[in-house]
Ligand binder design. Structure first.
Ligand code: ADP
Ligand code: ADP
Length: 227
């Protein structure tokens, strides 16, 4: 069974413009799927329909075999990491990472501490748990956003250009960390990027969108290595 299955997904905005047009795509359990394509081709819209932040005009979205078209975001059990981190400025690193756990019922404080510490350890944040986001570097903030995404078990991680605000050196480091983390957790991942190096090093497969259509799905090697 696919982790995420899209069947003939269409997103039509009010003016009749189809931002996503008849996209069918199966993402396997544990697969790292990259979404690429020129600006405006529908990548974010597609990601937002998977998460449930955008209604689907027609077609079916299945997560773990369940049709989720009408399911609220919180009932889809997914984690999304945004380009701009979306951290809560008034909360400490610990509380930012713990946030998704606080929304779950029946988790003890000890369990929350254990899980936050585990996620923070993976991301080298254990020294910074009492700090506020304003006192962190860009790379550390992005790590906190990742920590929040991995702190509970989810059906999939969704990344919307998570490294585009970082400098080249940090991007390289974070790329390695994301890869390691995803392999270790084995969580299905959909990752939007403009960066060919990210697509090549992270992706099991790359889906190419163009003007709302799915133009090609291939391995990074097939796509980027010229004959
Ligand atoms: P990408 O993420 O690939 O840059 P988007 O998914 O953000 O592309 O946008 C796809 C297309 O849909 C673009 O042409 C954009 O202008 C259009 N679009 C996005 N949001 C809306 C909206 N709320 N209303 C109308 N058109 C939109
Ligand atoms: P909305 O328009 O509902 O505020 P956004 O697109 O801004 O949604 O954010 C999408 C998701 O990101 C929200 O559902 C929320 O879980 C998370 N989010 C938004 N703002 C913050 C924030 N300041 N800190 C942490 N998470 C946030």
């Amino acid at each position: 069974m696919s982790a995420i299955e899209m069947r003939n997904i269409v997103k039509e905005y009010g003016d009749g413009f189809k931002a996503v047009n008849d996209v069918s795509l199966d993402i396997a359990d544990g697969e790292f799927m990259i979404l690429v394509g020129p600006s405006g081709c529908g990548k974010s819209t597609l990601l937002r329909m998977i998460v449930g932040l955008e209604d689907i005009t027609s077609g079916d979205m299945l997560i773990g075999g369940d049709r989720v078209n009408e399911k609220a975001p919180r009932d889809r059990n997914l984690s999304m990491v945004f380009q701009n981190y979306a951290l809560y400025p008034h909360l400490t690193v610990f509380e930012n990472i713990a946030f998704p756990l606080r929304l779950m019922k029946g988790i003890s404080e000890d369990e929350i501490k254990r899980r936050v510490s585990e996620a923070a350890g993976m991301l080298e944040l254990n020294e910074h748990l009492d700090r506020k986001p304003a006192n962190l570097s860009g790379g550390q903030r992005q790590r906190v956003a990742m920590g929040r995404a991995i702190v509970r078990q989810v059906n999939a991680f969704l990344f919307d250009e998570p490294l585009s605000n970082l400098d080249a050196k940090l991007r390289g480091q974070m790329r390695t960390e994301i890869s390691r983390m995803q392999r270790r957790l084995g969580t299905t991942t959909v990752y939007v990027t403009h960066d060919q190096t990210e697509a090549m090093t992270l992706g099991d497969r790359v889906a190419v969108l163009r003007r709302g259509y799915l133009q090609q799905v291939a391995s990074p090697r097939e796509l980027y290595e010229q004959p």
